[in-house]
Design a protein around this ligand. Sequence first.
Ligand code: ADP
Ligand code: AMP
Length: 209
Amino acid sequence: MEPNILILGAPGAGKGTQSSNIVEEFGVEHVTTGDALRENKHMETEYGTPASFMDEGELVPDPVVNEIVEAALSQADGYVLDGYPRNLDQAEFLSEITDLDVVLYLDVDEDELVGRLTGRRVCSECGATFHVDFNPPEEEGVCDECGGELYQRDDDTEETARERIRVYEENTAPVVEFYDERGELARIDGEQSLEGVWEDVKAAIESSA
Ligand code: ADP
Ligand code: AMP
């Protein structure tokens, strides 16, 4: 059985970046509500389209997101879950549908997050993540992994990034406390280099096995 891993952290903390490393090292599936929602941004739901929330930096309603997560986890033999749960109701829902082996929290100061988000570039083909200053591709605008074109996410503007961080503080910070109070949280200094963070992430997963 592969491990069930939850990775928590503010927008821009490095969850997607470290999830790619985890997938490669531990052979689990990357389940990310952000990517799943971006692929279905214009789908009509009874609450409106995901885009109408995402482009404002607000949370997509729980029923839409819970359904995505339940379907994805039921098909995965080991996963790293990224971007969910984002509020306490989602955390309760998650505890009813699965058991977690390890909960990682990437701790990054708020001041650092906006610069990470506005400088982020994502591959339109394979989803690999870069940063114009902190993790630049060899050739500007081109993915190192697959040669695909890099783009900037619609919600990675300064204004929307600040709103997402505010929404995180209000709704998602209590989720971190929820796991911390249960003694389940592996807190990792997310302000180290990408390699430094990865060393700590890997060690935390290995020590939970
Ligand atoms: P999240 O999935 O938590 O929103 P990402 O993994 O997409 O965050 O990272 C956000 C941005 O910060 C990306 O541009 C990424 O390249 C960069 N980044 C990730 N980890 C680090 C780090 N340890 N130091 C500097 N920049 C980082
Ligand atoms: P992310 O890719 O994790 O930064 O998420 C991008 C956007 O997708 C968020 O700002 C939300 O609008 C939406 N989203 C992603 N995951 C969730 C979730 N678990 N609950 C509600 N909205 C979500």
